[in-house]
Design a protein around this ligand. Structure first.
Ligand code: PEP
Length: 257
């Protein structure tokens, strides 16, 4: 198995203005040490309006924290009012863009076609997508979490060349666990993350699949992260609520302690 560096990413959702963002990232930088960054990649995913402030801080203080956007337009420029393009995010040195978060699927009607277009838009601008997939509660109750999640994966990766897919990050986020305090068991997370990796091997090849990082997301906290991270196919966490508490997020980054 290849060595996959865990990625701990904090999805701030629609929280923290640009001043709060600066305070938060400064506190995070003070809380983390060089050793933390040797073992784990740390990223924050602030609202669009905070990205410039975070960039200034990261560049100015040479911080090792990475950052990205919570969404990306499928289009590169033009008459798309309210959209933010990959070119704009690349200009701000964003490393990542979240694609297909369940809240965007639910409130903004994003389907596989849209996710596929957004994944492609990210790669056109050198940005790594964090592609979110995962089943709602009724699908979990019916025991169909694996086929449901793999169908989302297939749709979002349709016709994506291997040279792009090799660097993608997949976040398995069961919808029923997001923001609910109800976390998937480590075995539940492993089942679907392993199925995602197996599907990547089918779509591409085993070596590519072995190198792709698959995060778990859904009510991750310092108290449950170690058990989830102990699973062989879980390579990090996409953290919502707990990422707004800097001390808690630092503990999540230090899941091995
Ligand atoms: C998320 O927003 O991706 C998420 C997993 O949220 P939470 O950690 O709050 O469940």
């Amino acid at each position: 198995m290849s060595q996959r560096t865990p990625l701990m990413a904090g999805n701030w959702k629609m929280n923290l203005n640009h001043l709060e963002a600066i305070a938060h990232v400064q506190k995070l930088a003070f809380g983390l040490s060089d050793k933390d960054f040797e073992e784990v990649e740390v990223a924050v995913l602030p609202p669009f309006t905070d990205l410039r402030s975070v960039q200034t801080l990261v560049d100015g203080d040479k911080l090792k924290i990475r950052y990205g956007a919570q969404d990306i337009s499928p289009f590169d420029s033009g008459a798309y009012t309210g959209e933010i393009s990959g070119a704009m995010l690349a200009k701000l040195n964003c490393s990542y863009a979240v694609v297909g978060h369940s809240e965007r699927r639910q409130y903004h009607g994003e389907n596989e076609e849209v996710c596929n277009a957004k994944v492609r838009a990210a790669y056109r601008h050198g940005i790594t997508p964090i592609l979110c997939v995962g089943e709602p509660l009724d699908v979990r109750k019916a025991g169909a979490q694996v086929p449901h999640t793999l169908a989302q994966l297939d749709g979002a990766l349709k016709d994506l060349p291997a040279e792009d897919a090799a660097s993608i990050v997949i976040a398995y986020e069961p919808v029923w666990a997001i923001g609910t305090g109800e976390v998937a068991t480590p075995d539940d997370a492993q089942e679907v993350c392993a199925a995602i990796r197996a599907r990547l091997a089918e779509l591409y090849d085993g070596q590519l699949a072995d190198g792709v990082r698959i995060q778990y997301g859904g009510s991750v906290k310092s108290g449950n992260v170690a058990a989830i991270m102990s699973q062989p196919d879980v390579d990090g966490a996409l953290v919502g609520g707990a990422a707004l508490d800097t001390d808690e997020f630092v503990k999540i980054v230090r899941f091995r302690d």
